[in-house]
Design a protein around this ligand. Structure first.
Ligand code: SAM
Length: 329
């Protein structure tokens, strides 16, 4: 098991397949992009499947989420998903994606064993999308969402980040549209994980504000807390349910005490927290011939060192040097 010194057990593995992305969302990276990892440093598909296998077969990982960067840019994605689905015991497999290319790939991914998707969509307006993501791809995302639904990758979840003066007025329309389409919407507080280090507490639209905006149009009742378990989203029944909306208050309502996540970067580093400033290098050990047992032991040691909380509110908080795109959100 992947147990830390506070007794938390990591069972949910987020694997970044690439640090590259075809969007440039302002809260994530600058318009000119970043210096991408050299391809020799990226884990190969075989290496990814081997490490995920160690996690699933030896360390109690039950959920595998492929992310990035943009995971649909990884050419071997379908193969990686199929080989993950063949692991014993078979983990739940999901994808966090911006949806571009999903219209073409959703059916193939579902056939390969993908169970569900989280698609990021911050606006219903194509012009705002272009302003926010520096690419004119809104229609592709909408088409990707519909294709995921048709392919049965349900529940289709939408991740939305609200930014003051940009799209905060879309909280209600985004929820209304999600309810109409049968998608489960979750709002995520903007976190200090952008490559430009431009985050500020004042500019962040907080969970309280999001709930205030939604409450003007909907009746929200907190969902069963027991059911929340380790889920990052606080969920609310909308107008009595059964539809729900989630709010992920990573900054103002941290849920570190129930965290069950561990991350593997595209270059083979274990991160025990999104905000960790230390990583543990599995790639070098793997390439030097480490056995599965040795890899598992390194991974366990990395999780054992997990801190009690992300510490954003501590005066000594330091933003991690890797931005979100290179960690795997
Ligand atoms: N490219 C994929 C996508 O768009 O979903 C996967 C990677 S992306 C880093 C994963 C999620 O992180 C997206 O929902 C994105 O909106 C969110 N994200 C990125 N930077 C963020 C930040 N600074 N604060 C909060 N969420 C962020």
């Amino acid at each position: 098991m992947l147990r830390d010194s506070f007794g938390r057990v990591a069972t949910d593995l987020r694997v970044s397949l690439t640090d590259k992305c075809n969007l440039r969302c302002t809260y994530c990276m600058p318009p000119e992009g970043l210096d991408w990892l050299p391809s020799a440093q990226l884990l190969t598909a075989d290496e990814i499947v081997r490490l995920v296998g160690v996690g699933v077969e030896r360390l109690g990982i039950t959920e595998v989420r492929y992310t990035g960067g943009e995971p649909l840019l990884r050419r071997e994605l379908v193969d990686i998903v199929a080989r993950t689905a063949a692991l014993e015991p078979r983990p739940q497999i999901s994808l966090t994606t911006n949806g571009i290319g999903l219209a073409r790939l959703a059916g193939t991914l579902a056939d390969a064993g993908l169970d569900r998707v989280n698609v990021s969509l911050d606006t219903l307006d194509a012009a705002t999308f272009k302003r926010l993501a520096h690419r004119d791809r809104h229609a592709d995302v909408i088409a990707g969402l519909a294709a995921a639904d048709r392919a049965g990758l349900r529940p289709v979840k939408i991740n939305a980040v609200l930014m003051r003066g940009v799209n905060e007025h879309e909280a209600v329309p985004l929820l209304r549209r999600s309810l109409e389409q049968g998608y489960e919407l979750r709002f995520i507080e903007q976190m200090p994980l952008d490559a430009q280090h431009g985050w500020s507490r004042e500019a962040m639209v907080t969970a309280d504000e999001i709930l205030g905006l939604l409450s003007e149009a909907f009746d929200l009742t907190p969902d069963d807390q027991e059911e929340r378990g380790s889920a990052p989203a606080e969920r609310f029944l909308v107008d009595g349910g059964p539809a729900r909306v989630g709010v992920i208050g990573s900054v103002t309502r941290p849920f570190c005490g129930a965290c069950d996540r561990v991350r593997l970067t595209a270059d083979g580093q274990v991160r025990n927290c999104l905000f960790a400033t230390e990583e543990s290098d599995l790639k070098t050990a793997l390439r030097a011939g480490a056995t599965d047992e040795e890899l598992a032991a390194r991974w366990q040691a990395a999780v054992a060192r997990k801190r009690a909380g992300h510490g954003i509110d501590d005066p000594s908080f330091l933003q991690p040097s890797r931005p979100m795109s290179a960690i795997g959100g």
